[in-house]
Design a protein around this ligand. Structure first.
Ligand SMILES: [Cu+2]
Length: 262
């Protein structure tokens, strides 16, 4: 009876836990699709979980100790039952995988933006900070030399000031993006692998040394959101956070022109 109560509490507790609104606030256009796919997975597997636990409870009750001596418990394998169970489990697994693959194909954020004028930002992940570089009016990211980088001198990326394309580049420790415009991010890491994770955008991508990885995403809602590193990248990994500020487009343009004057 104690085991039955434990099973009942676990089942009811799990259902209540997952049926509440536990996801972080949603601030991207494509994140809704991710959320509905996640909900579908949770509902389907939740039903399987509840049925399996009810069956377990039923058998615990049916074959409980009645105080009578019983002979050795024997079962006959049933290939039909095994096959049905296997087909049902495989169908759920494959079906969810296919649905996820289709969703990824339709909304995948990898690759450069297909729009003519996205907001371009270079994201540099370096133990244990994030830096965001805007290309300035020329729209070109200038050359950087990581060996010259010195955050204490205000140049964490090592901008090559002899390169005319670098002269107007702006570096910020906060990622500022306009709402409703697609952003094309180029992820890089000079030291080890990091992972750019913005829960509110339902967005995660590794930054890998030696690679410039381009991704695109559209923040839909103004606000302040957290950026986290989702790859264990060293002893200071836990403090590798930054802020994403999504502002109205006019405010974003004002920020760029004011940064230029400095
Ligand atoms: Cu990191």
């Amino acid at each position: 009876m104690a085991l039955l109560i434990v099973i009942a509490v676990l089942v009811v507790g799990s259902v209540l836990f997952f049926s509440r609104d536990w996801l972080p606030v949603l601030a991207s256009l494509t994140g809704e699709v991710t959320d509905s796919q996640l909900s579908l997975n949770l509902i389907l597997l939740g039903v399987v979980f509840v049925c399996a636990q009810l069956a377990l409870g039923l058998f615990v009750w049916k074959y409980r100790d009645r105080g009578r001596p019983q002979g050795p418990f024997q079962t006959q394998p049933s290939w039909r039952t095994e096959l049905i169970w296997l087909v049902v489990a495989a169908s759920i697994f494959l079906g969810l995988n296919l649905a996820g693959t289709r969703m990824w194909a339709a909304y995948k954020p990898s690759g450069p933006s297909s729009l003519p004028d996205p907001v371009r930002v270079e994201v540099t992940a370096v133990q244990f900070r994030w830096y965001f570089r805007y290309p300035g009016p020329d729209g070109v990211f200038g050359h950087v030399d990581a060996s010259r980088a010195d955050a204490s001198l205000g140049d964490p990326l090592g901008l090559d000031r002899t390169d005319p394309a670098s002269a107007d580049d702006q570096v910020s420790s906060v990622l500022l993006l306009p709402a409703g415009r697609e952003a094309e991010l180029t992820l890089r890491a000079p030291d080890v692998i990091h992972s750019f994770f913005v829960p509110a955008l339902r967005f995660k991508q590794d930054a890998v040394p030696g690679m410039n990885i381009q991704v695109h995403v559209t923040p839909a809602q103004t606000g302040q959101y957290e950026i986290q590193c989702a790859e264990l990248c060293g002893v200071g990994h836990h403090q590798m956070n930054a802020r994403l500020l999504v502002v109205p487009p006019a405010e974003f343009d004002r920020f760029l022109s004011e940064a230029r004057k400095k």
